[in-house]
Design a binder for this molecule. Structure first.
Ligand SMILES: O=C(O)[C@H](O)[C@@H](O)[C@H](O)[C@H](O)COP(=O)(O)O
Length: 321
């Protein structure tokens, strides 16, 4: 047994009664999300944990229709995290291209983009069917596309310019509009792409069902541009909304809403560094009251799978590890 596997096995045992159990209604399964491009399961360099109660069905490796699953991966080194995130993303790309002829992938800002760097290297650079990718943003800052604060620019410079994604399948925010108009414009473009079948629709929620949503988390527990205590975290009608008073600069942003995030088929949440340990602890110890949930605690896939990609520093406050 490798060190990582042994650590995972030992920790899985302690998790059955540990602080990592979440109070959620969904079944959880331990699923290694790391698949080769041919779908073969690969061993991960991470310690892996299911989150929440593990049902009999789950332990057999089966997954129930309509069930959602959460899994926690912990890496010793950022290099390993990046390798696993690339493999996870490439595996999902292959699966969705085979199943539906397209792969809808959603990016956000921050350190996530650097963590995606290995997708632009062999073997993924050649093996991924980039022409089937449709790229969106979970949130964007309301600045021109060539501004240093733009999430579009960050992703183009750090990732998208290095892979052959088709330019007309990269859906950037309209940067000629103010925040409210830019959010409405992005929503109407999403609706058009749902109508023509590029973006799937969730039978469970009626909201768009993106194949993979790649998110980061701020030290305050925000995801996308959904910040703690901001009223838009409760938006339940719109697909895309906006803020004009973001506590993280710049203040004006557009963002996907929770119903869209939680309708995703897969969510990959990349969280590294000691500065995030408090929010990780609050979320994974599951003690939050419904009145004071951090945005990250409000991620609850309705019919999908969520994988945390973390490092040791980010989980350093979890007492059971
Ligand atoms: O545009 C943004 O500001 C982001 O989309 C935001 O949600 C980001 O992902 C987190 O703040 C994590 O950023 P770091 O990983 O850099 O801490």
């Amino acid at each position: 047994m490798s060190t990582a596997t042994a650590a995972a096995a030992a920790a899985s045992t302690s998790l059955s009664s540990s602080t990592l159990r979440r109070s959620s209604t969904s079944s959880r399964i331990l699923a290694n999300p790391c698949r080769s491009l041919s779908g073969r399961l690969l061993s991960s360099s991470a310690a892996q944990f299911p989150l929440g109660p593990v049902s009999a069905m789950a332990t057999s490796g089966a997954s129930a229709e309509g069930a959602s699953r959460k899994n926690l991966l912990i890496f010793d080194a950022e290099e390993d995290l990046a390798a696993s995130l690339a493999e996870h993303t490439a595996g999902l790309s292959e699966k969705f291209v085979a199943e539906r002829g397209a792969f809808t992938v959603v990016l956000s800002g921050g350190s996530l983009i650097k963590a995606l760097r290995k997708l632009a290297e062999p073997p993924y650079l050649e093996a991924v069917d980039w022409t089937r990718w449709h790229v969106f943003w979970a949130d964007e800052r309301v600045v021109p596309k060539d501004h240093a604060d733009s999430n579009y620019k960050l992703a183009m410079d750090g990732f998208l310019s290095k892979v052959p994604v088709l330019a007309n399948q990269i859906y950037a925010m309209n940067d000629t509009l103010a925040a409210e108009g830019a959010a409405a414009d992005y929503e109407s473009r999403l609706n058009q792409l749902i109508k023509n079948g590029v973006i799937a629709s969730s039978p469970a929620t009626g909201f768009p069902k993106f194949d993979l949503m790649l998110l980061g988390m701020g030290p305050d527990g925000h995801i996308a541009s959904l910040f703690p205590g901001h009223p838009i975290v409760h938006e339940n009608q719109k697909l895309v909304t906006y803020v004009q008073d973001s506590p993280k600069p710049p203040p004006e942003r557009i963002t996907f809403t929770f119903p869209v995030i939680n309708s995703s088929a897969h969510i990959a949440l990349t969280v590294t560094g000691a500065g995030k340990a408090g929010a990780v602890h609050k979320t994974l110890s599951g003690n939050g009251r419904s009145s004071d949930l951090l945005p990250v605690e409000m991620i609850e896939p309705q019919d999908g799978e969520m994988t945390w990609f973390t490092d040791k520093q980010a989980v350093s406050m979890l007492s059971s590890l």
